[in-house]
Ligand binder design. Structure first.
Ligand SMILES: [Zn+2]
Length: 200
């Protein structure tokens, strides 16, 4: 009886551990080997984002931001954007997301910039940055989900830049630049909510 209890307990633990450490894993089919992340490579890698023509991610390893996850995140973002914007705006944003480079790293970066309400802050610690109209950096710490990162926030900057042509509205809800409004806040919330529900 004692042995049986031990076995049951061990089995329970094993099941528990399997559940606790369960990871979101994609099993892509029909993908050429050169497109896949090389787990043995001890250096940064640039990988194509599936479903987006000329878009790539730059990653430090194969596990923190799998390209399949990033692809779904971008599709969800586009879907939410479309719901709240005109067809014309959507098409411009879609075109831009088809040629975008996203770098993920767990670095700490500081810049002079604006907070959410448009206050200028010097040497602010940032969690993401839109560098050009088609290039962003997103800080991603080990174990962090994309919905917890600044990815959707940076995609909004990219989208504003695609629509406005001149800038990405760096001061957010501030009044110096325009573009970022309550609709963008809604897109941000909805996108991240849907991604978190997907475990992405
Ligand atoms: Zn921003």
């Amino acid at each position: 009886m004692g042995n049986l209890l031990t076995i049951s307990f061990s089995l329970f633990c094993l099941l528990g551990i399997t559940t606790c450490t369960h990871r979101w894993v994609a099993h892509p089919q029909g993908v050429p080997g050169y497109e896949k992340c090389n787990v043995w490579q001890d250096d940064i890698q640039m990988l194509k984002i599936p479903g987006f023509e000329l878009s790539y991610i730059v990653v430090q390893d194969c596990f923190s931001a799998p390209r399949e996850k990033v692809s779904i995140a971008m599709m969800v973002f586009l879907d939410v954007w479309k719901k709240h914007h005109s067809q014309f705006s959507f098409e411009e944003v879609e075109d831009q997301l088809n040629e975008t480079l996203i770098e993920f790293s767990d670095q700490t970066k500081r810049i002079n910039g604006y907070d959410r309400d448009g206050n200028y802050i010097q040497n602010a610690k940032i969690s993401g940055l839109t560098i050009t109209k088609g290039m962003v950096w997103v800080r991603l710490r080990p174990g962090e989900l994309l919905c917890e990162s600044s990815l959707a926030h940076e995609l909004i900057h990219v989208a504003i830049w695609a629509n406005k042509k001149t800038d990405a509205d760096p001061d957010h809800l501030g009044t110096k630049y325009d573009g970022w409004d309550q609709t963008k806040e809604l897109v941000l919330q909805e996108t991240n909510k849907r991604l978190c529900e997907l475990g992405i």
